[in-house]
Design a protein around this ligand. Structure first.
Ligand SMILES: Nc1ncnc2c1ncn2[C@@H]1O[C@H](COP(=O)(O)OP(=O)(O)OP(=O)(O)O)[C@@H](O)[C@H]1O
Ligand SMILES: [Mg+2]
Length: 256
């Protein structure tokens, strides 16, 4: 074995309801550490909904109710004693549309470490900011203008800034919901390269509508369909020889 395959997240029989509407209808899945896991499937099948369960982002949606178990390193993330804000520092998220705060580049990255008290001094914080920006492959482009607003960067740069912001709190898991859909091919290639590298340190879960992207960046793929995971396997298997007819139809572009 060249790669550890420890299980990072376990979900058991997870159901998600928006009011009366059941968006996730019993999903059980094990997400591996140091692995990129892709969620694919047609629009509206629940990929974002399930992803948001993994760091309790659904808590912020009033009508949303989650049942079942989700464990991070064997601990129930929905347990009473779990603080969702602390949880989200461990399970970071990057969204479809780059959403830097209306603050400087520096303050965007320093925000999480500040609220979580991760730096003891200004020098410490500087080091975290630099390390995170380097890790997100954007340091060279911004190091001379750390005081400039994050919103003034290009779309691809903003997305890498958001990745830097997400990793600044030293998370263990990184959730990405269509992180490249607003990016041009060059910025997409940069973010994909980055995802590839991030796998060394994190469990990465990425929602994507691009079959090519799923095939390029992930090792495991889950095919979502109507609120269920119909198939979950090695990415190579899903894209060459899926078990399920619906998976085959989807990856060959016959629906979705
Ligand atoms: N905030 C919300 N309030 C009510 N219903 C919602 C909400 N978010 C999602 N839904 C519903 O839950 C179902 C799953 O939506 P979700 O956004 O998870 O799908 P998705 O697979 O991410 O789709 P897409 O590929 O278009 O992003 C849909 O029926 C959607 O209308
Ligand atoms: Mg979605």
């Amino acid at each position: 074995m060249d790669q550890t395959t420890d299980i990072k997240i376990v979900s058991r029989d997870v159901h998600v309801y928006y009011g009366e509407n059941e968006a996730i209808k019993g999903v059980s899945l094990e997400i591996e550490d140091n692995t990129v896991t892709a969620f694919i499937g047609p629009s509206g099948c629940g990929k974002s909904t399930f992803l948001r369960c993994l760091n309790r982002m659904n808590d912020t949606i009033d009508v949303c109710r989650v049942t079942g178990d989700i464990e991070l390193d064997g601990h129930d993330i929905y347990a009473r004693e779990i603080d969702p804000v602390q949880l989200r520092a461990r399970v970071g998220m990057v969204f479809q549309k780059p959403n830097p705060f209306p603050k400087s580049i520096y303050d965007n990255v320093a925000y999480g470490p500040r609220i979580h008290g991760l730096a003891d001094s200004k020098a410490d914080l500087d080091a975290i900011v630099e390390h995170s920006l380097r890790r997100a492959a954007i340091w060279d482009e911004v190091k001379d203008r750390l005081d400039a607003p994050g919103t003034g960067l290009s779309g691809g740069q903003q997305q890498r800034l958001c990745i830097a912001r997400a990793i600044a709190t030293a998370p263990e898991v990184l959730l990405m919901d269509e992180p490249c859909s607003a990016l041009d091919p060059i910025a997409t290639a940069q973010v994909e390269e980055l995802i590839h590298e991030l796998r060394e340190n994190y469990a990465v879960v990425i929602v994507t509508h691009s079959m090519q992207q799923a095939a390029r960046v992930s090792q495991k793929t889950a095919f979502f369909h109507l609120g269920l995971v119909l198939e979950y396997d090695e990415t190579g298997k899903i894209f060459t020889n899926p078990d399920h007819e619906k998976t085959q139809q989807y990856i060959t572009g016959r629906f979705g």
